[in-house]
Design a protein around this ligand. Structure first.
Ligand code: PXP
Length: 244
């Protein structure tokens, strides 16, 4: 089974917001991503609503037919309320600060164990699958188990950065982290800076990978290839290549 592709549509909202109108239409893009084969839609609303707005989440929830994944920091009360009101298939908890450009670190699952455990039980009681954003470090994966989360999302920026330098070295910590997560029964998602260039090698080497969420590179590629083709290209990268 190939990992599922969840398209992060934050960038579409960024373009829309830059002109104040409704072009591109975020709802239409989300539905088109599904029509073109995406198996999920991811949004990451931030308190300043600089890309996804809270209202977008309310509009998306009833019309999506694939897995809806909402990412964010549950320490923001507005985020917490939004997720509980809209009940997506999955919530991904990310420890990003106010005004942060993009997520740049995973949870310290050891020092935040009690907090994560408490908040994860709130989401799980509401019937929402939970995933927590973590660096590819064995002790953070072990810590994740103690929080009660269903899944982890491996933060892949270091992999993407080092892929062109030495891909074997870049993937090594992710292979070890995935092995530990599989042993502990934690589901594995991954995201950040995954691209057409580095995705296949990642998917091929990370055992048990269930889902990737991809935004920046996929939306950028769609400027050249069109959204439909681009989604097909990413789906192809998630399958073993015939030559591999
Ligand atoms: N996962 C998390 C937790 C993120 O914050 C982001 C960026 O919003 C992504 C995945 C997707 O990263 P990218 O836009 O680089 O594909």
């Amino acid at each position: 089974m190939s990992a599922k592709l969840s398209v992060n549509i934050n960038k579409i909202a960024t373009i829309r917001n830059s002109r104040g109108g409704n072009t591109p239409n975020l709802i239409k893009v989300a539905l088109d991503c599904e029509r073109f084969g995406a198996q999920g839609i991811t949004v990451h609303p931030r308190p300043d609503e600089r890309h996804i707005r809270y209202k977008d989440v309310q509009e998306l929830k009833p019309i999506l037919s694939t897995e809806f994944n909402i990412e964010g920091n549950p320490k923001e009360q507005k985020f917490l309320d939004l997720v509980l009101e809209n009940k997506p298939a999955q919530v991904t908890l990310v420890p990003d600060g106010l005004g942060q450009l993009t997520s740049d670190h995973g949870w310290d699952t050891i020092s935040h164990k009690d907090y994560l455990k408490e908040i994860i039980s709130v989401f799980k009681k509401a019937g929402i699958r939970t995933s927590i954003f973590v660096d590819a470090e064995v002790k953070m994966i072990e810590g994740a188990l103690a929080t009660g989360t269903d899944r982890i999302e491996l933060y892949t920026e270091s992999y993407a950065k080092n892929f062109f330098v030495n891909k074997e070295k870049a993937i090594a910590p992710f292979i070890i982290a995935a092995k530990k997560a599989n042993e502990l029964g934690l589901g594995i998602n991954a995201g950040h800076d995954l691209s057409l260039q580095n995705l296949n090698y990642f998917a091929k080497n990370v055992e048990g990978l269930l889902e990737v969420s991809i935004g920046h590179a996929l939306i950028s590629d769609s400027l050249y290839f069109g959204l439909e083709n681009t989604i097909q290209l990413y789906l192809r990268e998630l399958k073993p290549h015939p030559s591999a």
